[in-house]
Design a protein around this ligand. Sequence first.
Ligand SMILES: CC(C)(COP(=O)(O)OP(=O)(O)OC[C@H]1O[C@@H](n2cnc3c(N)ncnc32)[C@H](O)[C@@H]1OP(=O)(O)O)[C@@H](O)C(=O)NCCC(=O)NCCS
Length: 172
Amino acid sequence: MPVKKPTVIPAIRPATHKDATGMSAVLGPILSMLQSQRRSDPDHIIQHYIEHPDKILCCVAEGNNAEILGFQSLIIATDGNPYGVRTGWGIIGTYVNLNAGRRGIGSALFAATLQAARNGKITDIDATIGTENRLGLGYYAALGFETYRNLPNAICKCYKVGSSSPTPRPGS
Ligand SMILES: CC(C)(COP(=O)(O)OP(=O)(O)OC[C@H]1O[C@@H](n2cnc3c(N)ncnc32)[C@H](O)[C@@H]1OP(=O)(O)O)[C@@H](O)C(=O)NCCC(=O)NCCS
């Protein structure tokens, strides 16, 4: 019988500069897996996530030994944003250590992000996912994101920020 990996209950908190190295260690292998040329060094993590000028929340999931298990970024789309997302929408990005998947870390991050979106009066959140990225597509679909447009190499999904909670995980 297959053994279900134990669900991790990480501490979720806003990212600080001290987290940049741990976040970089999460992002690097993911970008390699996705064959992406995007940067993952700590300086870039600080500029692009922790101190992004349009940041609503950048939160990390921290394990029992203070290791960074994953992080999630929510920024607000401004006029002329490079993603072509409607001004005022949220834009989300999520990265969980590839060795810690399917343990609820991404879901725990989203609970914090959703609260921040509500606090910021964000009504819609965009997630743009590569068409070949089955992890990302499965994750955002499970959270309730729905496809609203297709780009040449990506699928854009939208989450409507209502007052209800995200789709609960079985057993939670
Ligand atoms: C996508 C990602 C953030 C998911 O994080 P996670 O911690 O594994 O997510 P959770 O454990 O909370 O999973 C929540 C649900 O998402 C869905 N899901 C997650 N990974 C999935 C996968 N590989 N295939 C299908 N569905 C998946 C499942 O329904 C899951 O619930 P379940 O395990 O009870 O079935 C993580 O795999 C990741 O960082 N991937 C690489 C980066 C990426 O693709 N980011 C998204 C685009 S920005």
